[in-house]
Write a protein that binds this ligand. Structure first.
Ligand code: NAD
Length: 467
């Protein structure tokens, strides 16, 4: 076996050993002892209910923790588990001694629980983004190194069949040396606006959409290109939401402008959100249906960046937050041709695809909807060839393009056992994706190009290291 193959196989095996079940000397399969911190919508539903439904025979929830005492009790009830609940993370760790901690809190809190979990002897699965600034990032990297324990970053989008097919085409070198990429992501006026009514609207909580949202896109790009970012030059502004609104209220529920505001969202009609958030407002004051025109909002709603990679590729990236439809366009330009891709563009095939834009994100978050529904295309056009090739990939609308279930299978039953495309991500990948967004923020604030090496001691490499 060649050295590279060996390393890839051992990385996959190590990953499986951490997260899958294993038999003891008597052939008895032990359940993994799992604790969760952050029992909000993603924690409770995707990492709680869905994991128990799919892999209940492999996992045992031994503790749940949230700073909101009402929400953690509610999550316990919805997850139908009998483990103890906590509002203090260290107390939970000391009491239940989990093997794995699921970190599902607000983005800016991840570092605290990741570092403590490692120090107290557990491995970690954390939601993206790994954290929100370079200081916190350095402390996670140092804790992992010091403790010898492992952190896995849950980059679900990598696992979607569409993005995996793209990775395969690029790995096969089908358009020769890739030199530049154009990547534009559009958030619609429903899902895009929702970031401005939640904690995500504050840089201090989510690190801005450069980190909270774009971490997905930058991780995909690093993975597709198999190279590290070197420098970032960015622009951004807050021109539409926040202080720019003409009228505002404390929450949609209590607002005087319900009948005229296009961004009015009636949380009282959403039974799930009422039970998860409104019923527990009294404990922490968190308003889930905040105003998209709150003057406290300090993130950007328009973002663009140029990123130079260590292998010479130039990435032109933009993120829009008030589009009529949600989707993206992505083009890879190579010496021998180009690959064009898109998702969610309603008129792309010549006929208007009537997707309910208000419901689109709920559909994307939905679990259990695992059947393919039609197909999506990737167009590969070689230079000097008249006809492009249309590559059809089954379309999965639920669970982040089918990425959620595939990531879960990898984590909880090590399926598939071998990973030619190395879907699983650790702290280096988690760091490299957020560092682009952190550098972009810095670039806007300081009006200069920011080098990735300024932020941590990770050295950008033309070809990413295997482990
Ligand atoms: N990968 C994806 O596609 C995806 C989708 C949605 C959310 N997420 C991520 O999941 C995480 C949770 O997001 P959410 O939408 O569930 O948010 P949420 O607001 O519903 O839940 C966050 C929970 O964390 C709790 N919390 C905050 N600080 C805490 C602390 N110090 N200790 C304990 N609990 C604390 C809050 O009380 C809340 O219950 C975020 O990191 C988010 O970026 C990822």
């Amino acid at each position: 076996m060649k050295r590279r193959e060996f390393l890839e196989t051992s990385a996959a095996a190590m990953f499986g050993a951490i997260l899958s079940t294993y038999a003891n000397a008597n052939g008895v399969v032990a359940k993994k002892r799992i604790a969760m911190v952050g029992t909000g919508v993603r924690g409770m539903n995707f990492w709680g209910v869905a994991v128990l439904e799919r892999f209940g025979e492999h996992v045992d929830f031994v503790g749940l923790c949230d700073i909101n005492p009402g929400r953690v009790e509610y999550a316990k009830q919805v997850m139908k588990v009998s483990c103890p609940t906590f509002t203090d993370f260290d107390k939970m760790m000391a009491a239940v001694k989990p093997e794995i901690v699921l970190v599902m809190t607000t983005d800016s809190e991840h570092d605290k629980q990741i570092v403590r979990a490692l120090e107290m002897g557990a491995d970690v699965i954390t939601e993206k983004p790994m954290t929100t600034d370079e200081v916190k990032c350095r402390s996670i990297l140092a804790a992992e190194k010091k403790t010898g324990r492992k952190v896995h970053v849950a980059f679900n989008y990598r696992f979607s069949p569409y993005f995996t097919r793209l990775k395969q085409l690029l790995s096969e070198n089908r358009i020769g040396k890739v030199t530049s990429v154009d990547f534009n992501w559009f958030l619609n006026v429903y899902h895009g606006a929702s970031y401005f009514r939640r904690w995500h609207g504050l840089k201090a909580k989510g690190g801005s959409l450069w980190v909270h949202k774009a971490t997905h896109h930058f991780d995909l790009m690093n993975w597709w290109l198999d190279s590290d970012p070197v420098q970032v030059t960015a622009y951004g502004a807050l021109e539409h939401y926040g202080k720019n609104g003409k009228v505002r209220g404390a929450s949609c529920r209590s607002c005087d402008h319900k009948s005229s505001c296009k961004f009015f969202w009636d949380i009282t009609k959403d039974a799930g959100a009422m039970k998860l958030y409104v019923d527990h407002e009294k404990h922490d004051g968190y308003i889930r249906d905040g105003c998209v025109f709150s003057p406290a909002i300090d993130i950007y709603d328009k973002m663009s960046a140029q990123v130079i990679y260590a292998n010479g590729v130039t990435l032109n990236y933009s993120l829009t937050t008030y589009s009529p439809y949600e989707g993206h366009r992505l083009t890879f330009n190579g010496f021998d041709g180009k690959i064009d891709t898109w998702q969610g563009i309603p008129y792309q095939r010549g006929t208007f695809d009537k997707i309910d834009q208000a419901a689109r994100h709920a559909l994307e978050m939905e679990q259990g909807n695992e059947a393919a529904d039609g197909f999506e295309e990737i167009i590969l056009h070689k230079n000097f060839e008249p006809n492009p090739e249309s590559i059809r990939v089954p379309r999965y609308r639920g669970g982040h393009g089918g990425g959620d279930i595939r990531m879960h299978r990898k984590m909880f039953q090590n399926e598939p056992a071998t990973e030619p495309f190395r879907h699983s991500a650790g702290t280096r990948d988690g760091a490299m994706s957020i560092l682009i967004g952190i550098a972009a923020r810095k670039s806007i604030d300081e009006k200069r190009t920011v080098r990735i090496e300024e932020l941590t001691d990770i050295k950008p490499m033309a070809k990413r290291p295997v482990a």
